[in-house]
Write a protein that binds this ligand. Structure first.
Ligand code: PAF
Length: 264
């Protein structure tokens, strides 16, 4: 597996399958790499902790950084290269990086968009830059970040001149046997907090009984609910008859923010 630090080195991989990450790779990321590898002989994993998508500086400071382990995990999962750009490669100091316009699903639902102002602007900016540098033919995003995945799908769909040849894939959420969705932030949980974090998947399990039922489960686990809602699965706005719905939760404990979602 190659390690790429420069735009020139990355250029040799144009047309690759791209797996954008912020590192701290876990089995969820590995399943995305494996899925890309089934479709492409050249799979590039980008590892870049993107400062522009963190609305809370403390969250950015404590975000896990585990590069050596990430390189080993990416290689074991079948990556052909890992792109680890310095910050000024992604955000050149001598000019502004393009800010893609935000699609409606990044502003209307009042979910992650409302709880993390500026977050999707940062996500779209960095992913647009990665797409423009790597020029992938395929890229994959995890369903665990359901709203992010929809935002990026809409961003690509709204720019056919730029990314008309790029196909996006969805990667299913990977869970621990007890239901906890894998997340890089799980590494920050103490054993007691990890037990309480199970409230998210348990709340999703009662989503058919409505939002109040989900909230009750989150309360029982001592979680601070930011939202626990049932929405149209594609627009993330109000549900409509005969259209798929999705239950989505964001909740915190001791300053650690967790999200999860499922069909219902
Ligand atoms: O989901 C993530 O890890 C990040 O938001 C992404 C898509 C890699 C952009 O920094």
């Amino acid at each position: 597996m190659e390690r790429l630090d420069t735009i020139e080195e990355l250029a040799a991989h144009h047309g690759c399958g791209l797996v954008p990450t912020m590192g701290a790779l876990h089995q969820g990321h590995c399943s995305l790499i494996e899925a890309m590898r089934r479709e492409s002989d050249d799979v590039v994993v980008s590892v870049f902790v993107n400062p522009t998508q963190f609305n809370d500086p403390a969250d950015l400071d404590r975000y896990p950084r585990t590069l050596e382990a990430d390189l080993a995990a990416a290689e074991a999962a079948g990556a052909t290269a890992v792109f680890t750009p310095p910050a000024d490669t992604i955000y050149p100091l001598d000019r502004e990086t393009w800010q893609p316009p935000l699609p409606r699903v990044a502003t209307a639902p009042k979910l992650e968009d409302a709880c993390r102002p500026g977050h999707f602007a940062g996500v779209c900016k960095v992913v647009a830059r990665l797409f423009d540098l790597a020029r992938p033919s395929l890229a994959v995003f995890g369903e665990k970040d359901w709203q992010q995945m929809l935002v990026l799908e809409a961003m690509v769909a709204e720019h056919p001149d730029r990314w008309g040849a790029l196909q996006l894939r969805r990667g299913a959420t990977i869970r621990e046997p007890d239901g906890l969705a894998l997340s890089s932030r799980n590494a920050l949980l103490s054993p007691e907090h990890r037990e309480r974090a199970l409230g998210l998947s348990r709340a999703l399990a009662v989503a058919d009984d409505g939002e109040a039922a989900m909230r009750a489960v989150l309360d029982d686990h001592g979680l601070e609910t930011e939202y626990a809602v049932i929405r149209d699965a594609t627009t993330l706005e109000a549900t409509q008859v005969d259209r798929p719905v999705r239950a989505l939760i964001a909740a915190g404990l001791e300053g650690i923010r967790l999200i999860d979602n499922d069909a219902c």
